[in-house]
Write a protein that binds this ligand. Structure first.
Ligand SMILES: Cc1ncc(COP(=O)(O)O)c(C=O)c1O
Length: 404
């Protein structure tokens, strides 16, 4: 008789977004005339840029002609895309990442969830608190998290690294030594960035203790400040301790198209086994490659027109972020993030909890955000707003909040 992987039963329900939907539905049913503005979503709203659409069309046409038809993509991804990534995202920044150290995938969610498979089941993981939930939940599924404490909303075997105003929302080196450290900068949900010096401390720490860093840089395109690294490989020694995850979702609007990649330098080893070879094995066995047409679309992101167009989109969202930051500051809120990321992290006023503030904002301003407690215990009393709405809605939401 089969048995299930009962680690899945340990997972608490994904309460956050279902609870938000339930509350918003209940409110709009009771108040049908009210215009609700949603600044809670982490999804982009602008359409895909014209240069990318053109490339997609061209690739679709190629698939319809015998001479240019393509079947299975190479395991690691097409060279045209891996070369464009190596040149533009790494070599142009002085980082010696080679095309064959890049693994093309269908997004950073899958990669950030799957990467733990190549590590031993008894490795200890450390995560930021608050955190993008995928890192924790996939380690729970793999049996690496221990027991859940429903009161504290933490797992016994996970090392939590609080990210609070006191440490500029970037974690301190942990007291217990982890084997795997998940870092995400610019951060979802706090919108915080890490300086190069602080990231270098993490790289040095990982090399000293023999830990691996899984660095999620899905929001790299939003970096605006000089001293914020665009990739962990800007830090010395990162090639021997860090895996980097990237996505085309937030820089180029591929949330529905699906494309991302993982970088594993060949020097990253456990004894004489390279993680690169394990991930290549895993990729070759379990994955048949991102679609050709999507990889061509990814290549177009790096073209001259593509770059100009996607930068314009990022600027559009960041104009929203600026409007939210300035407006809410003016209204007396304590806000952070929003400078190198499309997320604004604000302190719930008057001692309210995250959920109390959610209800207050929904009822009094008809604005929807995301309660910080949904991302971890240190998110309690915080609230996330995103810059992915339209400019008009963003302005209206902020004006409503100012009037509260
Ligand atoms: C930190 C972080 N990593 C990864 C992802 C997922 O990226 P993708 O759409 O490439 O799967 C998200 C999406 O919101 C994210 O916030």
């Amino acid at each position: 008789m089969f048995k299930i992987n009962d680690n899945y039963l340990k997972l608490p329900g994904s309460y956050l977004f279902s609870m938000i939907a339930k509350k918003v539905n209940a409110y709009s049913q009771a108040n049908p005339g009210k215009k609700i503005i949603r600044l809670g979503i982490g999804d982009v709203t602008l359409p895909i840029a014209p240069a990318i659409i053109e490339s997609l069309h061209g690739a679709v046409d190629e698939m319809g002609r015998a001479e240019t038809f393509r079947g299975y993509a190479p395991d690691l991804g097409y060279e045209f895309l891996r070369n464009a990534i190596a040149e533009n995202d790494y070599k142009a920044r002085g980082c010696g990442i080679e095309a064959d150290e890049i693994f093309i995938s269908d997004g950073a969610k899958c990669d950030s969830g799957n990467i733990q498979e190549i590590f031993s089941a008894d490795n200890r993981i450390a995560v930021c608190d608050p955190v993008y939930p995928v890192y924790v939940d996939t380690n729970v599924m793999a049996g690496r998290a221990g027991a859940y404490d429903a009161q504290k909303e933490t797992w016994s075997d996970i090392i939590y690294m609080p990210c609070l105003a006191e440490n500029d929302f970037a974690p301190e080196l942990p007291k217990e030594t982890p084997d795997i450290i998940y870092l995400c900068f610019p951060n979802n949900p706090t919108g915080a960035a890490v300086t190069k010096d602080r990231l270098q401390e993490w790289v040095d720490y990982a090399n000293r203790t023999g830990a691996a860093i899984i660095y999620d840089a899905a929001y790299e395109a939003y970096i605006s400040q000089e001293n914020v690294p665009h990739t962990i490989y800007e830090c010395e020694g990162a090639r021997t301790c860090a895996i980097e995850l990237r996505s085309f979702s937030k820089n180029a609007g591929f949330t529905g198209v699906r494309l991302g990649f993982t970088v594993i330098p060949k020097e990253l080893k456990c004894g004489d086994v390279s993680l690169h070879s394990l991930w290549a094995r895993r990729h070759g066995t379990k994955y048949n490659g991102a679609p050709y047409i999507v990889q061509r679309a990814g290549e177009a992101v790096y073209s001259k027109e593509g770059q100009a167009q996607v930068r314009e989109q990022v600027a559009y969202y960041m104009k929203n972020a600026k409007y939210i930051m300035e407006g809410l500051r003016e209204a007396g809120y304590t806000v952070s993030g929003g400078v190198n990321a499309p997320y604004i992290w604000l302190k719930a006023p008057d001692g309210m909890t995250s959920w109390e503030f959610f209800d207050f904002l929904l009822e009094k301003a008809n604005v929807v955000g995301t309660p910080g407690s949904g991302f971890g215990p240190s998110g309690e009393t915080y609230f996330r707003l995103t810059a992915f709405g339209s400019y008009e809605n963003t302005v209206e939401a902020v004006e409503r909040m100012k009037r509260l």
